[in-house]
Ligand binder design. Sequence first.
Ligand SMILES: [Zn+2]
Length: 298
Amino acid sequence: MNYRVCLLLLWGLPGWAVASSCSLLIVGDSLSSGYGLAPGTSWVAKLDARLKKSAPDWRVVNASVSGDTTQNGVQRLQPALDRQRPQGVLIELGGNDALRGIPPAEIKRNLQTLIRQSRAAGAWVVLFDVPVLPNYGKPYAHPPERSSTGADARRGVADAAAGTALSGEKAMSDATCPCGSGRTLSACCGRYHEGEPAPDAEALMRSRYSAYVLGLEAYLNATWHPDSRPASLALDAPPRPQWLGLAIRSHTQQDDRHATVEFVARYKLNGRAFKQHEVSRFQKVAGRWLYVDGETGE
Ligand SMILES: [Zn+2]
């Protein structure tokens, strides 16, 4: 049925006879690019495989780039529309915007532009609800209304097929990692939170930042050197900072058991923005990197 819809669309266009397939353009970030996942396991690869069976005239064109924001999408969409002339566009962007603290109004504006550009190119649009970690605050908790962004609520082939391809899959329920790597949480810091030893001090530093964002106090304790570990972190005590992003400036390994990582973490406290610039010391004990202490600057 889906592919008949596609043929109908094509019959209405001049030169339809030369067009042998309908294309579905996917504009997303790491959740769609499959970054950190084994080949063939991303939701896009699964959708593609499913369409090959159920609607062979449809072709999936994946224009997703790890770490992309809605602004990157605005820059990349038009050339992709010109090149691919897709019948449908699936937009999965916004998670990285939230991680970088981009104001929701700006995200909404960019999404509106993406939708407008797609429609102007004759494509229907499906806008994905992008999962954002709850601690990013209320402004990000609700995706822009479909009506206000003008997203096409029509249930096209993409929606139906994606729904089937995604049912029971973890890919789309996995948020982008708070450390800013552009990977999904489970492919990045989540592995270390679940017990895998961090391979180096920088990976541990990133996973500890993510643990602050996620409120994983037990992980922070477990990765803190026992000689300098505080009695309690009281992460839940108000006011809770709203973490906005992490930038690693340098990672220096002095020997196989000692390393330093310089970073800047940005956060908001009671509505005011702050920066934490720190050079942290790490030590490897019994095969695991641990945070020892740090010097803050600026
Ligand atoms: Zn991470």
